[in-house]
Design a protein around this ligand. Structure first.
Ligand SMILES: [Zn+2]
Length: 68
């Protein structure tokens, strides 16, 4: 095996760079906390709407799929 290359984003990102930044911030600010069930760091059930959005953005980058 050779040395690793610094992979950034594979292919063409579907979400904008700002969306990805926001998603990272959201995921960082909303860590899941498992108590009895999944609870978001912001206090709501996990995933909360913001995490759901962030996940959508992430999924769009990894697996581009145009929304209707
Ligand atoms: Zn949250």
């Amino acid at each position: 095996m050779g040395e690793r290359t610094d992979d950034t984003f594979p292919g063409e990102p579907f979400a904008s760079a700002q969306d990805i930044e926001d998603a990272d911030d959201i995921l960082f600010a909303h860590p899941p906390r498992r108590v009895v069930r999944w609870l978001c760091g912001c206090g709501e059930d996990y995933p909360c709407p913001e995490v759901a959005f962030a996940r959508l953005v992430k999924a769009a980058v990894i697996n581009p799929d145009e929304p209707a």
